[in-house]
Design a protein around this ligand. Structure first.
Ligand code: PLP
Length: 429
């Protein structure tokens, strides 16, 4: 469920009229609902805590999905940790009030400087993906007199995910060490200074809606935990990654929350039965996906013999998912459609000079005119966090709604900021 709904003929985010935000902040603009974020986090965290009451079940929100400071602070205040993939993300998580002891550092290519920053900050765990990274972490931590907790991210060789570009758990993908290698690496790490291997991690992909794909991978992890323990290694932690998917083609009254989450929790309980592990979870999309919309205004109509283009002021630089993953987003007009309106089939496109800048083809919407507002639904995850200034467009602003209040949590970039970060070389100045 989410808190975007029609009221008196117009679309609201919680108790705020989206027309007001469009007028006061301008478009395009991302709008997030605090109540939706809070609900999803609470439902997920409670379900994971219920897997084995008394045993730790840490939720590390995968902040790549949405790294807006207001969103992070909202989650921090609920006790969320953070799954990070760069020094920038660690710094932002800390700035949002997520303590270092609730931060994990994932990612295939961590630099020495990034590992040094993470170790000095005292983070909970580094998820190691290569042997080289193990050696580097050992060196960096030893030089600082630290003993950094880490886990090996293992590649379970299970292909899953809503799109080839977001599948990460197959042996064909670049992520993690193989099942065969991990035994040797565990043994090697036992003799390395500065690092303590506490367990294992995996993350098989994103936008996965079938519990069976996770179960296959997790069952392999169970066998691996038992095998490593039989070899005399300590395995206390198991980080199960993120990846739970959400419906993008939602009927307006759909409540996606508990069904999949409960089935997932029951499966994790089954697969980890009797293992006595501290579990970790890294949900991203599930927490913020349908807690955000991208609000845009119609600029022009461009009728052609075979189709009708609707040109809006949001572009693929603001919301990359349709161009990058062929992703579907519902489009709701901000003025509530009149029941029975047959509508018009539009190709909804942005202003960027690429044909890929297409949000929807032949999408039936009520007849729209320049100046009308539309909302791209379910845009809270991998929306603003993937936005860019391509075509020298100002970085899209973000707004957080809480009840009847809203605040701009990332102002629209000024043209001075956009242009002023470049420097001329001395020979051209
Ligand atoms: N954990 C890791 C290591 C990831 O790479 C990702 C996404 O790519 C996530 C968690 C979050 O995935 P999702 O947003 O699908 O939950």
């Amino acid at each position: 469920m989410h808190h975007f709904a029609y009221r008196d003929g117009a679309l609201f985010a919680e108790d705020v009229d989206l027309r007001r935000i469009a007028d006061e902040v301008g478009t395009p603009v991302y709008v997030y609902s605090s109540a939706t974020i809070e609900r999803h986090y609470r439902v997920f965290a409670a379900a994971m805590a219920g897997i084995r009451p008394g045993q730790p079940a840490h939720v590390f929100y995968a902040m790549k999905a949405n790294s807006n400071l207001g969103v992070l602070r909202t989650l921090a205040s609920l006790g969320a940790g953070a799954d990070t993939v760069s020094e920038g993300e660690i710094r932002k998580a800390l700035a949002a009030g997520i303590p270092a002891e609730r931060i994990v550092f994932s990612g295939v290519g961590k630099s020495e400087a990034e590992l040094a920053f993470a170790v000095e900050a005292g983070i909970y765990q580094v998820n190691i993906e290569t042997e080289g990274e193990l050696d580097l972490l050992s060196k960096v931590a030893q030089a600082r007199g630290r003993h950094q907790a880490a886990v090996f991210r293992v590649n379970p060789d299970i292909g899953a995910g809503g799109h080839a570009k977001i599948t990460t758990g197959s042996s064909e993908n670049k992520f993690g060490v193989s099942f065969e290698e991990v035994h040797r690496l565990y043994a090697r790490a036992a003799n390395l200074p500065g690092v303590r291997i506490a367990g294992l991690a995996l993350h098989i992909g994103s936008q996965i809606r079938e519990v069976e794909a996770f179960e296959q991978a997790y069952a392999k992890m169970r066998a691996l935990v038992l095998a490593l323990r039989a070899e005399g290694h300590g395995v206390e932690r198991l980080d199960l990654g993120g990846g739970l998917g959400i419906p993008y083609d939602i009927p307006k009254d759909f409540d996606h929350g508990p069904g999949l989450i409960e089935a997932y929790a029951a499966m994790v309980a089954r697969v980890t039965e009797g293992l006595d592990l501290a579990l970790g979870f890294e949900p991203g999309r599930l927490i913020v996906g349908n807690a955000g919309i991208l609000l845009a205004r119609v600029l022009h109509l461009n009728p052609r013999p075979t189709k009708q283009f609707l040109v809006v002021d949001a572009g693929m630089n603001d919301l990359m998912r349709p161009a990058m993953y062929e992703a579907y987003h519902e489009i709701w007009p901000v003025a509530e459609p009149v029941p029975g309106d047959a509508g018009v089939a539009y190709d909804v496109v942005g202003p960027i000079c690429e044909t890929g800048d297409t949000f929807a083809t032949a999408r039936t919407l009520p007849a729209l005119a320049p100046g009308d507002l539309i909302a791209f639904m379910t845009a809270g995850a991998y929306g603003a966090s993937m936005s860019s200034t391509y075509n020298q467009r100002q970085l899209v602003p973000e707004v957080l709604v809480k009840g009847d209040r809203y605040a701009v949590t990332r102002p629209r970039q000024s043209y001075e900021e956009l242009i002023g970060t470049d420097r001329l070389p001395p020979w051209l100045a």
